[in-house]
Ligand binder design. Structure first.
Ligand code: NAP
Length: 247
């Protein structure tokens, strides 16, 4: 049973009317990059809480979660409206298996994110372990509009620190945008253009694929990978792709 930690909002960093990063001060202990934590607010004497992936690493000062408003949702509109200094609750038991420690030995790590699914990958990319384990790390980040490509400064910083090992592939699906690819990830895998852009193939011998975001994207990409002889990774039955959905 989790205990609730008292947290304070340090900043509500809005990207637009639907997307925001909430920066929270709370005494959470250690966690693995890629894990999520339950965030909650009291309502009528009860705690309403939902899981949110942590964008920060355990050695950063503040917790950070990146999310979109779910209009009819019981929590996200209220979290979205919080201001600096407001109270928020954080469960003390981070969990989840979208972590590098769970990935079997291989050469290339692919991270495929749609929308707010970018969050846990940023935590992983900011930590050291991922750069010690893989020859090449490819981050594919798909959004509908260019303005929804969040954390571009952080991603550019990671790219400059790991110029030879890191490849960032932005994908913008509803408008033409800078050097972004323009089709959804499953189509880019099927026509080979995603791997062409990254300069490496996805295959069962060399690759592990982590996915986070739209459940339909995860289902479609999983099907494509399965058709290439890859299988879902489970702790007791190692495979080639790891997914997480907390919809
Ligand atoms: P979105 O803003 O609706 O879509 C983002 C991108 O995904 C767009 O480029 C969109 O393409 C593309 N997309 C939508 N359906 C697709 C499909 N079937 N195949 C391939 N690409 C597809 O955001 P979202 O990705 O739906 O939302 C993010 C989800 O991630 C939320 O449901 C959130 O709860 C979840 N999330 C999970 C975790 C976790 O499990 N740890 C962490 C953070 C977020 P179009 O423009 O063509 O539609």
């Amino acid at each position: 049973m989790a205990n609730w930690l008292d947290g304070k909002v340090v900043e509500n960093r809005r990207l637009n009317d639907e997307l925001t990063s909430l920066i929270i001060e709370a005494p959470l202990g250690s966690f693995e990059p890629g894990q999520f934590v339950r965030i909650g607010l009291e309502q009528d004497g009860e705690i309403v809480a939902r899981p949110y992936s942590l964008v920060n690493t355990a050695d950063e000062d503040y917790l950070e979660v990146y999310f979109n408003i779910v209009e009819e949702g019981p929590l996200s509109p209220r979290l979205f409206a919080l201001h600096s200094g407001d109270d928020v609750l954080v469960a003390d038991n981070p969990s989840g298996f979208l972590t590098v420690s769970g990935v079997p030995q291989c050469k290339h790590l692919w991270m495929i994110a749609t929308g707010t699914g970018i969050g846990p990958f940023l935590s992983i990319l900011k930590s050291e372990a991922v750069w010690q384990r893989f020859e090449k790390v490819v981050l594919c980040y798909s959004v509908s509009r260019g303005e929804e490509l969040a954390y571009q400064d952080s991603i550019q910083q990671i790219a400059s620190q790991h110029a030879t090992e890191f490849c960032f592939v932005p994908i913008v699906t509803r408008e033409s945008f800078a050097d972004a690819m323009s089709s959804r990830v499953p189509a880019l895998l099927q026509d080979g253009s995603l791997e062409q852009r990254a300069g490496i193939e996805i295959n069962a011998d060399d690759s592990h694929v982590m996915m986070c975001g739209s459940k339909d994207m995860i289902a479609d990409v999983s099907e494509t990978l399965t058709s290439r002889g890859m299988k879902k990774h489970r702790r007791r039955d190692p495979g080639h792709f790891t997914t997480e959905k907390y919809h």
